[in-house]
Design a protein around this ligand. Sequence first.
Ligand SMILES: [Zn+2]
Length: 339
Amino acid sequence: MSIQLFPFNLSFQFALSAFPYLLPPLASLTLSRHFPAILPTEINMEQPLALYRRFLWEDNHILVIYTAGLAKLRASQALYNAAYDISEAFFSAEAQRGLEDLIVAATLATESQVLRDAWGWTVRLPFKDWGIFCAVEPDGRVCGRLKPLSPQAADDVVGALAVQRMNEKSPLRQSTLIPRDEQPHLLVEQYFDESEQLPARIAISHDDAVMFLSMPDAHWDAVNALNEDALLDLARTLLSDTTDDVPKQSESPQDTAHAETIDRLRKQFKAVRSGDALSKNGLKFMHEAVFYYDCRCDTAQMEAMLATLPQHDQEALWADTTTLTIECPRCGRKHDIHR
Ligand SMILES: [Zn+2]
């Protein structure tokens, strides 16, 4: 028997009110306590790691978050999905593109923040019979999942966007918005505009991506009217005099990651010591981090989720079987539980 559970952290009441079409049969679960937001963990060095960097564009009071590592992010996703036999091929190209873009935008959003949160993005677009969930962990792990919805979902004219954030110091914060666009990365912009009151622009190409995020008193005209190609061109130009610091996108990251890290750190310390941390183009380096595709699910978590079901539901599930297959709601990995 195969079971699908609802993406973590969405309480039953919230799920009912915001996502009537996302509800699977066994949705009466509050899963968050089985997914502690912050887990001590080390980066898996076997993974292709996508480097993201955050700068302050000082004159304009705008943060610039940039990555040229999208090939690595996709590579780590392909490795993960192949390892656990996960496929999104059932979904339309539009849906798959939506998931891809939401993953990129969600990682950019994570790197835009000084305090690292665990983020959950749940998107249901108008007139679509599929939804998207994407989670980013403070340690840089990101995963996502397309969800088939009931046919009535395709009649819904409104859709919904839910954003959840949590960290060690503050409880779960949740925003629910009505999507104003059909492209998921523009919904991430919308979240910053409406929930954070800090306008953002995001642009994604095949290879690289940028997020501009306004700070108080930002000169937002510098980016506000630009289309996505122009936003990317601007980012590449602004970063052009920092290219010495950008690690080469090597074929085998684990071979060179260490040397690259040493080289980059050396240059940054040198820049800071010489008071030259501001680039010629006015960018001040602030932070860098790596992101890679991974999910923290395991069989024990799935067993714990199952245990939250009412006893009679559990009995019904086990009625004629000794093995249950539970699909992780965050990544789609299947976990077998034996009675
Ligand atoms: Zn998972």
